[in-house]
Ligand binder design. Structure first.
Ligand code: S3P
Length: 170
């Protein structure tokens, strides 16, 4: 029996549209959508923002590494990783051999999409400056793990979804 693996893994910054596009993509492929933030919340029994406040970011990252590892081995649908999951070298190594789509977004669109950053602890203070910093820090890591890069700026989710579907068919 061949091992289960995600049909597609989505990576990218907060505001890249991983949840919106991932949900649409899963529907078009007729598979389930899963988000590692939700897996972490299920294990911790509380929202991501509370984990950050009560247990700290390191604890969140440990839960996230475990959630990604499990999902990559057991889930066959569309998997969205939290924006910072690729910071872990262990996670980047695990992504090798998977179909990984980097949804890229520039600052202007990311800021528009995250609004005031509700529910995203890293954006609690000055979301624009934080996103700019995270973007420059992480862009090389997203590119490192990606098998495909899809630009999302100024595009509707349906258009982005169509492009990914075409890439997956190749
Ligand atoms: C984070 C992104 C969030 C969530 C947490 C930290 C990050 O996920 O994992 O708030 O470090 O970029 P989304 O990218 O799904 O918003």
């Amino acid at each position: 029996m061949s091992p289960v693996r995600p049909a597609c893994v989505l990576v990218g910054l907060m505001g890249a549209g991983k949840t919106t596009v991932g949900t649409a993509l899963a529907e078009r492929l007729g598979v389930a959508f899963r988000d590692t933030d939700h897996d972490v919340e299920a294990v911790a029994g509380k929202p991501v923002s509370e984990i950050f406040i009560e247990d700290g970011e390191d604890r969140f990252r440990a839960l996230e590494r475990a959630a990604v590892a499990t999902a990559l081995e057991t889930f066959g649908g569309v998997l969205a990783l939290g924006g910072g999951a690729i910071l872990a070298e262990e996670t980047r190594a695990r992504l090798a051999g998977h179909t990984v789509v980097f949804l890229s977004v520039e600052l202007a669109d990311a800021v528009k999409r995250v609004g005031l950053g509700a529910g995203r602890p890293l954006l609690a203070i000055n979301p624009r400056a934080t996103l700019r910093h995270l973007m420059s820090q992480r862009a090389p890591l997203y590119r490192e793990v990606a098998t495909h890069v899809v630009v999302t700026d100024g595009r509707e989710p349906a258009e982005v979804t169509d492009e990914i579907l075409a890439l997956l068919k190749r």
